[in-house]
Design a protein around this ligand. Structure first.
Ligand SMILES: Cc1cc2nc3c(=O)[nH]c(=O)nc-3n(C[C@H](O)[C@H](O)[C@H](O)COP(=O)(O)OP(=O)(O)OC[C@H]3O[C@@H](n4cnc5c(N)ncnc54)[C@H](O)[C@@H]3O)c2cc1C
Length: 321
């Protein structure tokens, strides 16, 4: 396990935003990760933060006086077909590698995640989902290692232990657990089904490239769509003309992209961060954006929504203090 000092996080994180970390612990496999946890127990840095690809994070601009553990391995080398459609892999494997490994082994069930950036471990933690699929649908168990717990800190959590909920899991709620490995239960498929799953995967990747501003660094959808009944009603009280879209197009929710656009904030820019015109619920980094720029845009959107409807929309990305 490599321990690097004074590392510019903006060079590592997907969003290309973030200051300098005092220590970066590179955990490219399970032994590395266990050593990183031991290092933290011995050195007791003031702060510890775990990152994967950083595709959902806005890291602060200043000095991070602590240790960042980077759980990333992107060569597919830890993946193993255990038989019966079960795949095991290190938590740092990039999800896309896992999907392609599964296809090569004749297995389907992960194609919904085509084009979704991130690592296997973060996907388990956040129960990521897209196009009707979610991690909980195919996750059998996960090995986790606990930061700051004495003794042998590795344990296996079953699907039931992981207690998945919408974009949530026991790992996320516990706060000090790192996903060391995960075992997925996928389905063996005949050639026709495999070909169809590959097509679905490709279509999902294409959809993301056509709808999302993938050409610029971003961190996914910034706000959750409005889903609480009373908030949907408040929006409809001000904009009754969108009732049909809420019912038919947005499954009872109100699209935050739509709200941002209708409030005139598409293209709103602070510093080098800008509300994407391609998808208004994304804030892109035009190059050299700072966390403070992104936060200022978020605050502006929240203020406009509050002034119009009387509530503050919830942020979906992780803003680190
Ligand atoms: C263009 C774009 C589209 C996206 N679309 C979707 C989508 O459709 N659906 C969806 O659900 N998400 C989506 N996201 C969000 C993102 O892909 C997920 O949150 C993903 O799981 C983040 O993975 P990561 O490796 O980048 O994690 P990071 O962003 O590095 O970290 C996210 C969180 O996971 C924790 N973490 C990282 N690794 C581990 C580990 N091994 N063990 C425990 N905790 C860990 C971190 O501490 C942090 O709290 C999108 C993001 C982008 C940029």
């Amino acid at each position: 396990m490599q321990v690097l000092r004074d590392v510019a996080l903006s060079e590592l994180l997907w969003y290309r935003i973030g200051g300098t970390a005092r220590y970066l612990l590179e955990a490219r496999g399970r032994d590395d990760l266990c050593r990183a946890v031991e290092w933290v127990a011995a050195q007791r840095p003031d702060r510890v933060f775990v990152i994967g690809l950083g595709s959902n994070l806005v890291f602060p601009d200043g000095y991070f006086d602590g240790a960042v553990i980077r759980v990333v391995r992107d060569d597919g080398g830890s993946l193993c077909h255990l038989g019966d459609g079960r795949i095991e892999g290190y938590g740092g494997e990039v999800l896309d590698r896992v999907i392609r490994f599964a296809f090569d082994e004749g297995l389907v069930g992960l194609e919904w995640a085509g084009g979704l950036p991130g690592t296997l471990g973060a996907a388990v933690r956040g129960n990521v989902g897209a196009f009707g699929g979610e991690m909980t649908d195919c996750l059998e168990s996960a090995e986790v290692v606990a930061l700051g717990e004495p003794g042998d800190a590795v344990r296996t959590l079953s699907h039931a232990d992981l207690a998945f909920a919408y974009r949530d899991s026991y790992v996320k709620r516990a706060g000090n657990l790192i996903v060391l490995s995960a075992t997925l239960a996928l389905e063996p498929a005949d050639p026709a089904r495999l070909a169809s799953a590959r097509e679905t995967y490709e279509a999902n990747v294409r959809y993301r490239h056509s709808r999302h501003p993938m050409e610029l660094p971003n961190c996914g959808s910034v706000f959750k769509n409005i889903h609480r009944r009373e908030q949907v009603e408040r929006v409809l009280a001000v904009w009754p003309d969108i009732e049909e879209r809420v019912r038919n197009d947005w499954h009872g929710k109100v699209s935050m992209g739509y709200i941002i656009s209708r409030l005139g904030l598409a293209g709103y820019q602070v510093g080098r961060a800008r509300v994407s015109e391609k998808h208004n619920n994304f804030i892109v980094n035009l190059g050299g954006a700072r966390a403070a720029d992104v936060r200022a845009i978020i605050a502006r959107i929240q203020a406009a929504v509050e002034a119009t409807f009387g509530f503050v929309p919830e942020v979906e990305i992780e803003l680190i203090d």
